[in-house]
Design a protein around this ligand. Structure first.
Ligand SMILES: Nc1nc2c(c(=O)[nH]1)N[C@H]1C(S)=C(S)[C@@H](COP(=O)(O)O)O[C@H]1N2
Ligand SMILES: [Mo]
Length: 511
């Protein structure tokens, strides 16, 4: 393994590893979001145009973040290898390459959402460390790979080379894993969350009788661990309850700053709310239903004295996400929550601990700000929220939707056996009045509907069906809302305001 190229790769990749490792270590003194790979990833998310992001997310699903991180590591390894090869030819080429990569990382760290000036330090120190490592490694590899003119110094030099690369690898690993461990020890708030005891709340408490028909593989109440998750946070924000504050300001008479303790001291309510993502495909699972506990957002806004000309409430999270909701929707009497709990427990970290907003009847991207720390009373004219900048509609209405959860696609059923075709339908804050099922091109037949505690949740349905002959069957579902409007059959993509079209499942009946 003495070819120049492979030595070049090795030392270049090691230099890159030193940069990442030192960056992780320095980030432990600042904050996890400043770790080089996280900062670059966060910036790449905002740099990528929406039109390029959507196919990538569609292909990767909810693994998109892991894949992005892996991609950054791979790219860095390739760039590192190139730098190493260049450095063996001319050390300054290699150092220049590192400087360029470091400059890009620094740019990302300084321009990422909610970045702080000090976020550049891990980049700078990591870059400097990589340069030192490269100089040392080029030295030891030159001495080894230069053909000995006389005698046999090769053996000694080879040992020097091995020692140099091993020491560099060890340094990178200790700094990197040590830095990571220190970040967790210093910043993780799972322990903080475990100490929170939420005060009791008025309102709903248990799954209402008759809401879950027991026929679907998807329970009416989504457990916290199964609740869908959508956000742009590469590292879940870690906000200790003692340091959380919410600022309500802008077009208000009295700006408010609320601490977690003050929030818990307010009257809290428990409400069943079905949240769904605008990116949910027809038949998709980016929709869940839980019991949210929180304070009424409208009360807080009234206390702040929101001005009549404020038509947008622009919420910001600690990681710089912005989400804008129409003021009149929040204030129209529905139970919009500044939520602290989910299914009886403090909010899980991935779902916004310590506090988030949940507004029944709106898609998540225009309502459900997680890790919320700021609400600015403003106007749609003046401020554009994150997703709206990407072309998503600013004030969409949720689309009446229905889904078949049983049988599953391509399932094989028995001729003559009755199958409980089952699923859910939703049109939050409007309500579902009817669900119908169609077999092949037959008539639409009414399904049995479950009861619901309010119009703010999805509604289960079941339809007993007995295939009479063997063969392939297509089952379709459609819902009707409380106003009598039947679900839109037009097929629409999720962008820019939510998918529409009917969900169909094809199954095979055999004797
Ligand atoms: N801070 C923050 N809040 C956010 C988002 C985000 O990316 N960051 N995504 C929104 C979107 S698009 C949706 S659909 C909901 C999802 O909430 P969940 O992950 O708790 O299901 O959160 C919303 N709130
Ligand atoms: Mo979403």
């Amino acid at each position: 393994m003495r070819s120049r190229a492979s030595i070049g790769w090795l030392i270049g990749i090691l230099a890159a590893a030193v940069a990442v490792g030192m960056g992780e270590l320095v980030a432990a003194f600042l904050r996890p979001a400043a770790a080089p790979v996280i900062a670059v990833g966060n910036r790449i998310i905002t740099l990528t145009p929406e039109s390029a992001k959507r196919p990538a997310i569609a292909a990767a699903g909810t693994n998109d973040k892991t894949l992005l991180i892996i991609g950054i590591y791979l790219l860095l390894a390739v760039l590192g290898a190139l730098v190493g090869v260049a450095a063996l030819r001319n050390l300054y080429y290699g150092l220049g390459g590192i400087a360029v990569i470091g400059a890009f990382g620094s740019y990302c760290a300084l321009t990422a959402n909610a970045s702080r000036g000090t976020d550049v330090l891990p980049q700078l120190i990591g870059t400097a460390a990589a340069m030192v490592a490269l100089v040392v490694l080029v030295r030891v590899s030159r001495e080894w790979s230069a053909e000995p003119s006389s005698g046999d110094p090769l053996l000694a030099d080879r040992r020097l080379f091995l020692q140099g690369t091993a020491a560099t690898a060890a340094l990178a690993a200790v700094a990197g894993f040590g830095g990571r461990a220190a970040q967790h020890a210093r910043f993780d708030v799972a322990g903080d969350r475990a100490t929170v005891k939420l005060p009791a709340a008025s309102g709903e408490h248990t799954v209402p009788r008759g809401a879950d028909l027991g026929k679907s593989p998807v329970p009416w109440r989504t457990p916290n661990s199964a609740f869908y998750r959508i956000d742009t946070a590469l590292a879940v924000p870690q906000i200790a309850s003692s340091s959380w504050q919410l600022r309500i300001h802008g077009l208000v008479d009295h700006p408010i700053t609320l601490t977690y303790r003050q929030l818990l001291a307010r009257p809290l309510v428990d409400r069943w709310i079905t949240l769904c993502c605008v990116s949910n495909e027809v038949g998709g699972d980016l929709v869940s239903n839980s019991l949210f506990r929180g304070a009424l957002l409208a009360d807080l806004l009234r206390e702040a004295g929101v001005h009549a000309d404020c038509d947008q409430l622009l919420m910001s999270s600690s990681d710089g996400m912005t989400i804008g909701a129409p003021t009149k929707v929040v204030m129209d009497g529905r139970q919009s929550l500044l939520a602290v709990g989910m299914n009886g427990a403090p909010l899980p970290l991935e779902h916004g601990y310590p506090a988030r907003v949940v507004i029944p009847g709106l898609y998540g991207y225009v309502s459900a700000c997680k890790w919320v720390v700021d609400i600015e009373a403003t106007t749609f004219d003046r401020r554009q929220a994150y997703w709206v900048q990407g072309g998503w509609v600013a004030q969409p209405t949720i689309r009446l939707s229905s889904r078949i959860d049983r049988p599953s696609p391509q399932e094989v059923v028995s001729v003559g056996d009755t199958v409980a075709v089952a699923g859910v339908a939703w049109d939050q804050h409007v309500g579902v009045s009817k669900v119908e099922v169609q077999v092949n091109d037959g008539p639409w037949q009414a399904a049995r509907l479950a009861t619901v505690p309010s119009t703010d949740t999805w509604r289960q349905w079941v339809f007993p069906w007995t295939p009479q002959k063997s063969g392939s069957y297509r089952l379709r579902v459609r819902a009707t809302d409380a106003g009598g409007t039947v679900q839109d059959t037009q097929v629409r993509d999720v962008f820019p305001s939510g998918a529409s079209g009917l969900h169909a499942v094809t199954v095979r009946a055999v004797i």
